[in-house]
Design a protein around this ligand. Sequence first.
Ligand code: S6P
Ligand code: ZN
Length: 190
Amino acid sequence: MLMKPLQMHINFKTGEFNPNDRTNIRKLSDMKGMFSDSRAEQQILAKEDPIIYSFRERVLPEESGHLQLAVTSINPGRIGQEYFMTKGHYHQRPDTSEVYLGLEGEGWLLMQTEKGDFASLIINPGVLAYIPAYWGHRMVNTGSTPFVFFAVYPGDAGHNYGDIERTGFVRILVEQDGRPSLLNNPRWKK
Ligand code: S6P
Ligand code: ZN
C-alpha cells in the first residue's frame, strides 16, 4: 500500500501527540491479577480505580513493510510494593522487534522469552532500547513522575497478551528500602 509521507509532533512531557488517532486508558480494573499483591489490589479497588497508564497510537496499516507508532505514559504509583507497569506482551508475530525511546521520567524495561530468559534495562530520557524478536516486554515506572516513552514496531507485529496474563513475568519489580529491586515471581510458569 502506497502511503503519503507524514509527520507528527510529540509532547515529551505529557506523551500527547498530534495528530493522534486512538487513546487507550488502562485502569487497575483492566489489569486484575497482574500485580502480585492481590490484597493490596482489592483494597485499592474498593476505594478507587486508578489509571495505571495510557497510550496513544497513530492508526497505520497493519501490514508488513509499514511501522506502528505509539507514545505511552505510565503514572507513578505502586500496588503494594510493586510499581505501576504496563500489562506487557509478546508480539502475535513473534519474529518482530521493537524500539523504545525514553522521553520523560524514569523506569525499567523488563524482557523475557517464552523459555524463561530474562533481561532488564534502565530507561531514562534519551535512552533507546532495542527489543529483539521473541522477547516479551513490559515497562515499569520506578520514579515519582509520569514515565513517558515512544515505541516503534512493525506494522504486522500484533499483540499477544494472553501468555503474560496467565503467568506474569519471570521477575517482578518492587520497591525495597526505597529502591527498585527485582524479585523472582512465584507465579511464573514456562
Ligand atoms: C506496542 C508497544 C507499546 C505498548 C504500550 C502499552 O508493541 O510495545 O505501544 O502497546 O506501551 O503496553 P501494553 O503491554 O499494554 O501493550
Ligand atoms: Zn510490543
